[in-house]
Design a protein around this ligand. Sequence first.
Ligand SMILES: C[S@@+](CC[C@H](N)C(=O)[O-])C[C@H]1O[C@@H](n2cnc3c(N)ncnc32)[C@H](O)[C@@H]1O
Length: 313
Amino acid sequence: MPKSNIFFVKSPLNYIGGKYKILNQIIPIFPNDINNFIDLFTGGGNVAVNVKAQKIFMNDNLIYLIDLYKLFYELRYNKILKYIYNRIEEYKLSDDNIDGYNRLRDEYNTNRKPLDLFVLVSYSFNHQIRFNNNHQFNNPFGKYRSSFNNFIKNNLENFIHRMQSLNIDFSNDNFECFNFDFLEEYDFVYCDPPYLISTGTYNDGKRGFTGWNSNNEIMLLKILDDLNKRNIKFALSNFLIHNGQINGILKEWISYNNYNVTKIDSNYNNSCYNKKILAQTKTIEVLITNYKTDFSYIDINTDDRNLFFNMEI
Ligand SMILES: C[S@@+](CC[C@H](N)C(=O)[O-])C[C@H]1O[C@@H](n2cnc3c(N)ncnc32)[C@H](O)[C@@H]1O
């Protein structure tokens, strides 16, 4: 897989399942001339802001995230920075002031000012976005670990400048409600949903995110089939195997439709020589496309034996 020379911008949000580290593998697989690019599950926005397209659609059903991105897109960077520093001053935020963090968290859960979410995430445990059932932000404080440091600040600056150089449209639809009717030949849909056989924070439906189950998976695959019938290109990120468990729905779907599968080198696997342990821990991340790519791909039917270590589906 070629390394790309493009300067990739990293999301200032430490997003679970974020694709920043594998952008150099997935973006070269995308078509060259993209008119409308749909990032249906935009999450940290790592993919959306690094794709070349006439227009980018950032969609995620987490409304608080999209509200934050809208401000990143509209306000000048210096204004946003000033807001962040004012909040840090006002709440005396530091990596050991839990009281200040909790007070700002209450303020955000009451008034929902989008930029407060970003300030909170900077000081929260693992910098993660987490909501409870009542949509209250509830990620704990990242004591002695998290703060609005130079690393986050640089990522924020680059991210905002990159966003503002693009033509972006925002939406917070559930994926099945997104309106695909306007799409035509040179448009492209990228999907990075919660992975059915893994455990992202957003998977279980208990943390302010809607859950992800096999019904969602089947519905998404059907939408992709419909796009395929209309000759609209798509790419879907997923795990074919995770910790030895196969996503059977995905495997059947790929085989039935003869879609292309490109293996992504995401370093999830350990280097143990014990075949049994290897089979139990094996993870294969892939990019599935409805068009041929120039990169090494898996023939899901003929390579079965090697790929699945003779495991049952
Ligand atoms: C794996 S993350 C995307 C990460 C992103 N590609 C990145 O690189 O930062 C998946 C996203 O899907 C969103 N999501 C989950 N269920 C959804 C649904 N039913 N409709 C739309 N978005 C959904 C979650 O809120 C989460 O932000």
